[in-house]
Design a protein around this ligand. Structure first.
Ligand SMILES: *Cc1c(COP(=O)(O)O)cnc(C)c1O
Length: 381
């Protein structure tokens, strides 16, 4: 059955028609290589630099602080491996959290296999990391801290401004995986004491397979893909021009719409959570009640298996997720649900609904009604 109501915007989002239009020329007649000197190459180079300026403008950064990548996973891998490597003579200790995306966690595990040490910070029951605990975990040999901006499963928004301020005062590099936050909440690199930030276009209505890494001027960043001199010699390979242009267009639209969509989606989210709280017994909202991404609700439902629930929801035309999309097919309780200590009889029934710019109140009503029916069926067993 097709998806009538798409409630999985944290997994990916639909490309906007304006984004597709902006990309069109680069999928058709504009096929030049940006590294060539003749006109068709120069036009490609200009298109890439214009996209870089737009992205920098949206997040209050300098264009030369934006590096194009293949997406969030690459940005996370790049910054963690590269910064750890660059600073290895001053120390081999990193700090992150238990609730990061696997792109961060597995990069850290890889570094552990090379002899680095990593501290994985616990979070509270809302999924919050405290700046105090970050400071407490710092050692003489700590070189990098990585804490996500907004959690992809439970939506909790971390106090990255506070954490960054503490780290800046101590001269420790700070990275944030902002893949779920860019395009959803305002982020200003001028104001935020953050040195590195990861983003991915397909999470904000741009194309898949393209993202960027923000790296503050004068911060270490070694080359990740060696080869040509693209991306100022730090990320070789002929550029994904259509993707880059599409990403910039999507981000500009997201920024322009944000004053309206952010409030609209937040109200839908609160309405969703309120209806569920009143109408479905033995269900708990995961994550922080208000320090959370606008479109995210994540529930744990007592005595229910999330995988079975998703099958029933799909029959109702609703697409949602259990845990993160990357874990589909695996009934294991996600590391995030584990980290926030959801009681055992609730944990296996954890489902995530994520709304977007086109979600309506009718969608939410249909979703809650379907959820009620499905829960009754499953509880009757
Ligand atoms: C989706 C996601 C990623 C991975 O991004 P891709 O572009 O799909 O590689 C990384 N971190 C978070 C928090 C995400 O939600």
């Amino acid at each position: 059955m097709s998806c009538r109501i798409y409630m999985d915007h944290a997994a990916t989002t639909e490309m906007l028609p304006e984004v597709r239009e902006a990309m069109e020329p680069y999928l058709r007649e504009e096929y030049g290589n940006a590294s060539t000197s003749y006109d068709m190459g120069v036009r490609m180079h200009d298109a890439i630099e214009e996209a870089r300026e737009k992205i920098a403008w949206v997040i209050d950064a300098q264009p030369e602080e934006i590096f194009f990548t293949s997406g969030g996973s690459e940005s996370d891998n790049w910054v963690i491996k590269s910064v750890a490597g660059e600073k290895k003579n001053s120390g081999k200790h990193l700090i992150t959290t238990r609730i990061e995306h696997h792109a961060v966690l597995r990069s850290c595990q890889y570094l552990e296999s090379l002899g680095y040490e990593v501290t994985y910070l616990d979070v509270d029951d809302y999924g919050l990391v405290s700046a105090k605990e970050v400071v407490h975990a710092l050692r003489e040999d700590t070189t990098l801290v990585s804490v996500m901006t907004g959690n992809n499963e439970i939506g909790t928004i971390e106090p990255i401004a506070d954490i960054g301020a503490q780290l800046r005062a101590r001269g420790i590099a700070f990275h944030t995986d902002a893949v779920q936050a860019v395009g959803q909440i305002p982020l200003s690199m001028m104001r935020l004491p953050v040195d590195y930030l990861s983003a991915s276009a397909h999470k904000f209505h741009g194309p898949k397979g393209v993202g960027f890494l923000y790296a503050r001027k004068n911060q270490d960043l070694s080359s990740f893909i060696h080869g040509g001199s693209q991306e100022r010699g730090k990320r070789a390979g002929t550029e994904n021009v259509a993707g880059i242009v599409g990403m910039a267009q999507a981000l500009v639209i997201a920024a322009q719409e944000m004053p309206y969509t952010r409030g609209k989606i937040t109200r839908l989210r609160n309405y969703f959570a309120e209806r569920v709280r009143h109408e479905i017994p033995n269900i708990r909202l995961n994550g922080h009640p208000y320090k959370r991404l606008p479109g995210n609700v994540n529930f744990s439902i007592e005595g229910i298996d999330a995988t079975a629930l998703l099958v029933l929801l799909e029959e109702e035309g609703i697409c949602a997720s259990a845990g993160s999309a990357c874990n589909t097919g695996q009934t294991r309780i996600s590391h995030v649900i584990e980290a926030i200590r959801v009681p055992e009889n609730y944990a296996a029934g954890s489902v995530r609904f994520t709304m977007g710019r086109d979600t309506t109140r009718r969608d939410v009503d249909a979703c809650v009604d379907a959820l009620k029916r499905c829960v009754i069926i499953l509880r009757q067993g």
